[in-house]
Every structure is written in structure tokens, then in C-alpha cells.
Design a protein around this ligand. Structure first.
Ligand SMILES: NC(=O)c1ccc[n+]([C@@H]2O[C@H](COP(=O)([O-])OP(=O)(O)OC[C@H]3O[C@@H](n4cnc5c(N)ncnc54)[C@H](O)[C@@H]3O)[C@@H](O)[C@H]2O)c1
Length: 290
């Protein structure tokens, strides 16, 4: 396929290089000249970069938007780079024939609801209709910066979200040749998954560090302990306890959590994650009553 990649940061750069390796014809775009030059220096037959969004859109059937989505000081998602990129894409789509059925795929991480905002911008700037003249999809990226290329070719899964299954299949087709679990979902799930993944990873690290702090104080080998913990793939590292439902109850969970909290307090170890677990469960109990 003829692919354009908008934004050549860690995600866009990797996406552009790897799609070219999958034998697609790729044009990358960035507003920063040095990033464009870096890609062009690779001197690959199927890969080039430009500062000109219009050139890239006109020379492609499908665009992967990989610009940054920072958060503001108050934690709010800043959609400005995505809005600007979509406005530029839309202005070029105005010149493209609707028979091309260009697909705009948002690869940047964005919260559900963002898709509709970008759809409106694309429609306004192009004067065309999404779902008829052009199409949109979401395709979140899960790579880690240090192992980006390896992660691209060996992902945990590939997710494409769109309200149009045929469009999702077409986007998924770009990954032909990659042996991975592939899921076609709706746009909201595709947008939300990244927030779930990343908050869960952060929770695991913070939880583990609190456990390690307690272990260190009582002279227990924390690495050995966590290694053992991970050996249990039936309950600990599994989908058990990861299914939405009611608050937890029973005798053991509450009792043992209380003892752990109490001991950490006595050892003067601040454990906000562990301490918030029963508070969270009390709030869930209230929700369960509704
Ligand atoms: N970095 C990661 O490891 C990682 C992993 C998964 C997902 N993500 C998500 O992917 C997205 C991109 O991440 P990143 O780290 O590559 O971002 P980045 O900010 O490092 O790079 C974005 C690039 O887009 C360019 N850009 C901005 N506006 C542009 C425009 N209108 N036209 C062309 N280029 C433009 C910028 O100059 C920059 O080079 C974010 O939403 C991020 O949350 C990042």
C-alpha cells in the first residue's frame, strides 16, 4: 500500500521504517527538518520523508497520524498537535478525489471522544464526509522506545478500531506478515486500551516497589520474592481478578491486607498504593448497592 506517516517521533519514525520493511511505499512527514533528514539518510527504496504534508497525502492511500498528545499542567489531554495535523490532512483531502477513499488512521494515544472531534475537523477542512468520501480508524501503538523496532514486529497484539469493519480490515492488512494476535474493535475501545495498559503498568511498578520497601526493612530478598510471585500464572499473572464485577469480599483478602498495611505503618514505610486498596473496595461496595 501507499502509506503516509504524519509525525516522525519515536512512534512515527518506527512506524514509517517498519511499514517500509513490510514492503509498503512510505512517505513520512514532520515539521522538524532534522527528523526528515534522519529518515532520508537511511536511503531506503520504499521510504522517504518530507516537510510537505500535502505531498505525502497526495502520494498515499492511507495516513497514520503519529503526532504527540501531551497532557496539560492540569492533566487534561492536549489535542492541539492532532487537531493541527488533521486540519492539514483535511485541506489536502479537499483536492483528492473521493473515489480514493483515503483512510486517516490515528495512531497517537487519545482518550475516547477525541475521535469525533478530529472527525469534525477533517470534515470541515476537507468539505467531505467521513464514512463516504474518506474514512477514519484508530490503531494504538504499544511499542517501548528502547525496543521499538523489535516491538513493532513482535507486538502483544495489534488493535484496529473503526465503526466500519471493512476499513478496519484494510488497516489491519497493512500489518500482513506480522504474526500476532489481531483484534478489530470499536473506536472507543481502541482509544481507551492504551490508558488501561499504561495505568496498569504504572500500578504494577508502584505496588512492587512498595512491597520491595517492606521486604528490605525486614531483610527479605525482594527480587526472589517477586520472581516467585510471577511463577504463579494461574492466579497472580493471569486474567483471574481482572474481570469487572463486584467488590471483593471474603475472609482472607481483607484480613491479610489489613495485616500488611498495619505492619508497613509500624515499619514507617509509606505505602499509598497498598493503603488505598480497601478504600477503593469500600467505594465499590457503594456502587454495587446502586
Ligand atoms: N514514545 C513512545 O514510546 C510511545 C509508545 C506508544 C504510544 N505513544 C503515543 O504515540 C504518539 C506519538 O508519540 P511520540 O513519542 O512519537 O511523540 P513525539 O512528540 O516525540 O513525536 C511527534 C512528532 O510529530 C511531529 N509533528 C507534530 N505536529 C506535526 C504536524 N502537524 N505534521 C507533521 N509532524 C508533526 C513533531 O515534530 C514530532 O517529531 C503519542 O500520542 C504518544 O502518547 C508513544
Amino acid at each position: 500500500m501507499k502509506i503516509s506517516v504524519i509525525g516522525l517521533g519515536p512512534v512515527g519514525g518506527t512506524t514509517a521504517i517498519c511499514f517500509a520493511k513490510l514492503r509498503h511505499q512510505v512517505t513520512g512527514v514532520d515539521v522538524i527538518e532534522s527528523k526528515v533528514n534522519k529518515i532520508n539518510k537511511l536511503n531506503k527504496k520504499r521510504l522517504k520523508a518530507t516537510l510537505d504534508t500535502k505531498e505525502a497525502i497526495l502520494n498515499s492511500d492511507i495516513s497514520f497520524v503519529c503526532v504527540g498528545t501531551p497532557c496539560k499542567k492540569n492533566g487534561e489531554l492536549d489535542l492541539t498537535p492532532l487537531k493541527n495535523a488533521c486540519k492539514q490532512i483535511g485541506e489536502t483531502l479537499k483536492e483528492k478525489s473521493s473515489y480514493d477513499h483515503h483512510i486517516v488512521v490515528i495512531r497517537s494515544t487519545m482518550f475516547p471522544g477525541s475521535f469525533e472531534i478530529l472527525e469534525t475537523i477533517l470534515e470541515k477542512s476537507s468539505g467531505k464526509k467521513c464514512g463516504g468520501d474518506f474514512y477514519m480508524a484508530v490503531n494504538p501503538e504499544f511499542l517501548r522506545e528502547k525496543t521499538a523496532i523489535k516491538d513493532f514486529f513482535n507486538p502483544s497484539f495489534i488493535i484496529v478500531g473503526s465503526e466500519d469493519k471493512n476499513i478496519s480490515k484494510k488497516v489491519m492488512g497493512c500489518y500482513k506478515g506480522i504474526n500476532a494476535k489481531k483484534f478489530i474493535v470499536n473506536g472507543n475501545i481502541a482509544q481507551m486500551i492504551k490508558y488501561i495498559n499504561n495505568s496498569y503498568h504504572a500500578l504494577k511498578v508502584s505496588y512492587t516497589n512498595e512491597i520491595a520497601a517492606i521486604c528490605k526493612k525486614v531483610n527479605i530478598d525482594d527480587e526472589k520474592l517477586m520472581g516467585l510471585f510471577c511463577e504463579d500464572t494461574q492466579l497472580n499473572i493471569s486474567d483471574n481478578y481482572l474481570k469487572p464485577g463486584n467488590a471483593w469480599g471474603g475472609h482472607c483478602l481483607g484480613k491479610d491486607l489489613s495485616v500488611l498495611q498495619n505492619r508497613a505503618k509500624k515499619l514507617k514505610i509509606n505505602c499509598p498504593v497498598i493503603n488505598s486498596i480497601s478504600k477503593s473496595n469500600d467505594i465499590q461496595k457503594q456502587r454495587d448497592k446502586k
